[in-house]
Design a protein around this ligand. Sequence first.
Ligand code: B12
Ligand code: SF4
Length: 492
Amino acid sequence: MKVLLVYPEFPDTYWSFRHALRFEGKGSAFPPLGLLTVAAMLPSTWEQRLVDMNVRRLEEADIEWADIVFASAMIVQKDSLEQVIRLCKTQGKRVVVGGPYVSTSTEQLPEADHIFVGEAETTLPEFVHDLELGIARRVYKAAERPSLTSVPVPHFQLAELSRYSAMSVQYSRGCPFNCEFCDIIEIYGRVPRTKTNEQMLSELDALRSLGWRGQVFIVDDNFIGNKRNVKKLLPELVEWSERHGHPFLFVTEASVNLAEDDQLLEMMRRAHFRRVFLGIETPVEESLKEAQKGQNTRRDLLESVKKIQAYGMEVMAGFIVGFDNDPEDIFERQIDFIRESAIPLAMVGLLTALPDTQLWRRLEREGRMLKESTGNNTDGSLNFIPVMDKTRLVEGYQKILRTIYSPAEYYQRALDCLSHLTHEGPEPHRGSMMSSLTAFMHVILTLGVRDRERVEFWRYLKRATISHRKYFAHAITLAAMGYHFRKLTEGI
Ligand code: B12
Ligand code: SF4
């Protein structure tokens, strides 16, 4: 059996990082870990090929080669996924689809032959067995969430490593919290399941032996969701990293209560965690309560960010406007918070009701749902009737983006962030963008020569060189990321 694994194209969004990736000649930030994991669960006799359409085109010959096509997608990849399915069906191929989009969607994707709802660790072997007997069903849905202790090492070797700026691994799935808008807890549950330490180290060994060096994104929904297990993993991760001369720098996602655990923070610093994404959402206490985000209330969010930064981790964070309890001055308050917290990469979105979430169900009950979500909470579209006047909300949202990504504002935040960081050892982007002189020259040429905002860039570079020489590569990378955010903001 020949299986072609296809990852559809992302639209050009804040999360695509496309304008920044161009500097380093990369196609995408991360490889499609879901498909690489699925590949490792298929019979070893099946031949496998991967086409990630974010790094290369899907050719007719690819489809011709295959006996069966496996595709995975998030909601934002829906249009591209539909095209892929159509193309494969016109060539008479059997198409199997899985991943977050089909796991949460109520739509049917009528042209796909088989649909996997949820995690595939138990259903995939059943499907392979049924396929052999010619009795494969259309829908496979696991009766319960699988343990992660039997998940095999993903087939990283299928990905063209040099086309990505980071590699991904997963330690846990699920999150113990209960945020109203969150679909993670609906898909992956509220009891975080983890892999064993041995599994994690084998995955890192695999990446290392493929020659990967640089950033590794631990894609957990909440890396500290199961604190007891993560505290057992980290000492071994530190030991592994030291033994191998720190080949990787880690990036992950965590809940804000990370700030209250010095022991955990210290272990993460020693393991070389260099960036962490936090779900801050809003500085407004009432909106946090509405969102059932108790872990963010009863604490000083600004202090929490500073504490994490002091352990050498750049904080990246998600912010949301559009809660029922948002006050009239929400836009200024978000801008002030982002400015004061020195979070350069602030992902600000409009509240979106994703399918099958508590938020979706409440708004449906209240008769406020308008349509399915586009899956991209930064495209300025609303899929429900907000309490605040719609035009005011969208315009206020756009004002936040235009303000925080204006060059003077962004560069100042980047400098503030660099001055909060304190870590010894390699910079976050070693092995990535700034290890390449060509990429560096590209940034200088684009931001320092061609760009109309070049004066701000040179002012920033001068200050970064004088005050933060130690973090120079990080400073350049932040400039490139800021350029990406500005380019997208110009389009809104
Ligand atoms: C890493 C990540 C990213 C990376 C992309 C990495 C990549 N190339 O895929 C980045 C940071 C770029 C990203 C961006 C976004 N992301 Co994202 N992301 C994740 C995250 C944290 C991990 C994904 C992963 O690698 N998982 C590990 C694998 C092993 O899990 P899996 O994909 O679910 O695969 C399992 C099953 O689903 C199944 N399966 C998957 N595919 C297939 C295919 C077949 C054929 C079969 C049989 C089975 C199968 O088998 C696997 C093993 O059980 C997930 C959350 C999560 N827990 O998955 C969110 C998540 C996928 N992202 C999400 C969203 C919304 C986004 C954004 C739109 C952000 C936003 N808020 O606007 C953007 C979109 C990208 C863009 N350019 O616009 C949502 C998707 C919701 C949905 N229903 O579609 C998720 C679920 C998280 C969330 N709630 O925010 N994301
Ligand atoms: S902390 Fe994050 S992953 Fe956990 S429930 Fe809230 S939004 Fe979802």
